[in-house]
Design a protein around this ligand. Structure first.
Ligand SMILES: [Zn+2]
Length: 897
């Protein structure tokens, strides 16, 4: 058979629309799709594939297409007829002459490994070993092979992988033992009829072949391949003997081994909890977790072959808050094997069914057991920290309903945000508290059995849960809950009108409810608990209340039970609402915060104060003061760690630049003295403090102090992890008054100490930070280049360095250029590159000049893409919030500089 050839040189990347997907689903029979992928994984930049796609069409048509954005199609046949004129625009591969009934498409293609963390990513470690992995969500399966890249057209996958002898290959199923390439091909010659095997046959001693059995029906985004000299650690005792291993690069395996027992413990215990809650056994044959480099997300739930960002393979001891986050991600990904992998959303508008659910249920799951290998921090405090992301997103003008409309896959990539994860999860927690866990569990069992291996929609879930509620005699209305919580955007805020002097048994309390955005004026019912505190900050009275979906709710409470001094709304954090204090409580908590007994209550109070900074109602200076006054007496290490993160943001984002040195010095000295004053038993506390210390070193004096520590002349008792060492190098680079020579010498010293894949990252950071105006210009041009050879991760470090040290003149120049090139980068660059361009270069100055604002308005009126509108609106939104906070600071400051 001769080889036809089609290559796409300049391609406009197009997304898949919901309409296209619906059309395809109306022709291709759900459940009929089968893929057999034969893939030749070569060392170096290229790989080859030969794929057979089988499906049943409901009619004779020319309308069906496969998604494919690979490099070159070498040959193709439809139902054994070779296609001479391949109709492919680099996005959609049209199938002419699909017949009613069974069809078989064969495509032979050549491809380049990716370097942006999506598709089939290749990474070369510092030891020169090459590692390959897939990340196919949301629409990157089409980069790796031609497919129906939409979640409702599930297919079963068969894989035959040819790879270098020193590589292992993993996929969704357990493979056969390695097979001899030539014998195998002789037996199956007819299948491998194209050029595919030629070169391998000639050199078969260097390659292995593995056959993977047919997988369960999976959405295309859940297929996975990992290949390379990955190192493995097997779990010796697994839940129900389900095969379970961890994998990562050889160079970082020693670090993974330090926490492997903890990870296995969390995985096995979570599996047991999920089987119990869902009433459905773990649906896959094995469970591998692979920690991969240059990963874009935290983790991805490929069925039975979950990938994690290898930044989670901590190279130094970390505090319990970080370990708890990792435990939560571990449990989250596992839960997707029911919610997402077994039952999949029909289209991306229901991605919240996957993510909100996984985000809530993983926290609930972790609250059901204790770990013995490593301690975890309080799980509901961790849940609250995550909610902050939801609150922030829901207050932006670009917020959206939990279940919204997703017209195409470009939009789909944007909805993986604080609404889909954190708000959705908090909403489900509210649902859990409104109905019992037992009822919910029964509904889940029904849901999974009814929709197993298929796709479902929001109404499928709601109907199943509603039926269960009706049977249990519950009066709760799921449809009104769905209407206000799932289908309407926007955040509510509540504030009490509290009179502490009222001692009446029938005291009245008015609670006002508002919305934070005029454009989303929905008020909601909120079930919550409220707590009253006495003069010793002890809770002397608490009660359940239902906040009505009205501007005011009047509550009756018993005021005679003590000397009430303060009131906290939503004190067990059961609902998703922004809380504010009355004037008495605000003063009381400012003075007595550290005396409050319950950790979750203290967390909520801290969060309310931090929100005041973001809203411009409290200056960051006063917030820093509060931190310094109270955190020394704080008993919970987890709370200290979380609050350090908020302190860092308040300091870096909401403090005028000219005060950053004086306030930075103050915080630095305070944290330094806390580290010195902590005894050896307070490991978690010290690790948290050390982790944040370099962020506040804004003066040469403080950076020199860090250097003394680096050179073991100060804080000599404290060991310094590799990450902290690099943070110190970065802090040194940020100080203008330290000479270039001294900086470069330090960089050399540190590179000698580390020698890992982290060195090139920090090299990018330091290089672009020190760049001259001419070098900056060159760097800028490289950021606009769609063919920039840097991986996304390397590019991110370059962008961070670029932005962190610019003269005002340069900053202004690039602010404008950023705006002017936004649309160009969106249209020409890979999505991860565009995201990095937005995230790291977006102007966030204390004042943006008129020219910038005028350009922004002009560009906004010219562009048509929703994704770009969103970026510009958020840019405006963030800047106006920042400017309000800065004005509050300037109006109230006691500092002089
Ligand atoms: Zn998830």
């Amino acid at each position: 058979m001769c080889i036809t050839h089609k290559e796409v040189a300049d391609r406009i990347i197009q997304c898949l629309t919901e309409k296209q997907a619906q059309l395809r689903s109306s022709i291709v029979l759900a459940g009929s799709v089968n893929y057999h992928l034969r893939i030749k994984l070569l060392k170096g930049p290229n790989y080859q594939g030969l794929i057979t796609v089988r499906f049943f069409a409901l009619k004779h048509t020319d309308e069906v297409f496969l998604d494919f954005t690979g490099k070159t199609i070498l040959g193709m046949s439809i139902n054994n007829n070779q296609v001479e004129n391949i109709d492919w625009d680099g996005n959609f591969l049209k199938l002419k002459g699909v017949k009613q009934g069974r069809n078989e498409i064969l495509v032979h293609y050549e491809n380049k490994y990716d370097n942006d963390g999506n598709g089939l990513h290749s990474f070369i470690d510092e030891d020169k070993k090459q590692y390959i992995y897939t990340n196919l969500a949301v629409i990157y399966c089409r980069r790796v092979f031609p497919c129906f890249d939409q979640p409702d057209l599930k297919g079963s996958f068969q894989l035959t992988a040819i790879s270098p002898k020193d590589w292992i290959v993993l996929s969704n199923e357990i493979p056969s033992e390695k097979l001899d390439v030539s014998t195998h091909f002789n037996q199956k010659e007819t299948i491998y009829s194209l050029e595919f095997i030629k070169q391998i046959i000639e050199d078969n001693s260097s390659y292995d072949l593995r056959e993977f059995p047919e997988s369960k029906p999976l959405a295309s985004y859940l297929f996975g391949i990992m290949a390379g000299p990955y190192a493995e650690v097997k779990c010796k005792q697994t839940y129900k003997n389900i095969p379970m291993s961890l994998f990562t690069r050889e160079s970082i395996m020693p670090h993974l081994l330090r926490i492997s027992d903890f990870l296995f413990e969390v995985t096995n215990k979570s599996m047991e909890v999920y089987e119990r809650i869902f009433g459905y056994d773990f649906p896959f044959n094995k469970y591998d977790q692979i920690y991969v480099p240059e990963f874009n997300w935290g983790a991805m739930e490929n069925a039975g072959i979950v990938t994690f960002n290898d930044l989670y393979v901590y190279r130094e001891e970390v505090d319990s808050v970080k370990l708890t986050k990792l435990a939560n991600t571990t449990s989250h990904e596992l839960s997707h094997h029911w919610f997402g992998n077994l039952v999949t959303m029909k289209w991306w508008n229901d991605v919240w069914l996957n993510e909100s659910f996984a985000d809530f249920i993983s926290h609930y799951c972790l609250s059901q057991f204790q770990t013995t290998t490593r301690p975890m921090s309080d799980i509901w405090v961790a849940f609250n920290a995550r909610k902050a992301w939801g609150y922030r997103t829901d207050e932006q003008v670009t917020t959206h309903p939990i279940a919204g409309s997703v017209p195409d896959t470009n939009t789909a990539e944007n909805v993986f945000d604080g609404i889909t994860y954190a708000k959705g999860a908090a909403t489900l927690r509210q649902l859990f508290s409104l109905v019992s866990v037992e009822n919910f569990s029964k509904a889940m069992k029904e849901y999974f059995h009814k929709f197993e291996w298929r796709s479902a929609t929001l109404s499928d879930l709601i109907n199943t849960v509603d039926e269960q509620f009706q049977q249990s005699g519950s009066s709760f209305s799921l449809s009104s809950w769905q209407k206000t919580w799932i289908c309407k955007a926007g955040l509510n805020k509540c504030i009490p009108l509290f009179d502490p002097s009222s001692r009446d048994v029938n005291s009245k309390l008015v609670i006002k409810q508002t919305y934070t955005l005029e454009m989303h004026p929905t008020l909601r019912n909120h079930k919550m608990k409220i707590a009253f505190f006495d003069e010793n900050a002890k809770i002397v009275h608490q009660q359940d209340i239902l906040l009505q979906d009205q501007p005011e709710t009047v509550i009756t409470y018993d005021g005679s039970k003590g000397n009430y001094k303060a009131l906290l709304l939503n004190y067990q954090d059961e609902t998703f609402i922004k809380i504010a204090f009355d004037s008495h409580s605000i003063q009381f908590f400012k003075e007595n915060l550290n005396k409050v007994d319950c950790e979750l209550s203290r967390t909520l109070i801290w969060q309310a104060f931090y929100n005041m900074v973001r809203d411009g109602d409290l200056s960051s200076e006063e917030y820093i003061e509060l931190f310094i006054n109270h955190i020394n007496l704080e008993k919970s290490d987890g709370l200290i760690s979380n609050q350090l993160q908020f302190l860092e943001t308040a300091f870096l984002s909401f403090t005028p630049g000219k005060y950053s040195k004086i306030l930075g010095n103050k915080i630095f000295d305070f944290l330094w003295s806390m580290i010195e004053g902590s005894d050896d038993s307070q490991v978690n506390k010290k690790l948290a403090l050390i982790g944040y210390l370099p962020s506040f070193a804004k003066s040469e004096e403080k950076v020199r102090k860090l250097l003394e520590w680096y050179n073991r002349k100060a804080l000599t008792k404290e060991t310094m992890g590799i990450k902290t060492q690099w943070q110190i190098v970065q802090a040194v680079y940020r100080i203008k008054d330290i000479s270039k020579e001294e900086k470069e010498e330090l960089f050399q010293t540190q590179s000698q100490k580390d020698k890992s894949d982290q060195v090139p990252l920090y090299e990018q950071y330091c290089k672009s930070l020190l760049a001259s105006p001419e070098e900056k210009e060159k760097l800028w041009q490289s950021y606009l280049d769609p063919n920039n050879p840097l991986s996304t991760r390397l590019l991110e470090y370059s962008l961070m360095g670029f932005k962190s040290h610019s003269t005002t003149e340069l900053t202004q120049k690039y602010q404008l250029l950023w705006l002017q090139n936004l649309s160009y980068v969106f249209k020409t660059c890979k999505r991860e590159l565009f995201k990095a361009y937005v995230l790291y270069l977006q102007p966030s100055q204390e004042t943006l000049d008129e020219e910038f604002n005028n350009s922004l308005l002009k560009i906004k009126s010219e562009i048509t893409e929703d994704v770009l509108h969103k970026v510009l609106l958020e840019c405006q939104d963030n800047n106006s919030r920042k400017q309000k906070a800065i004005s509050t600071f300037l109006a109230n400051t006691k500092l002089t500089v």
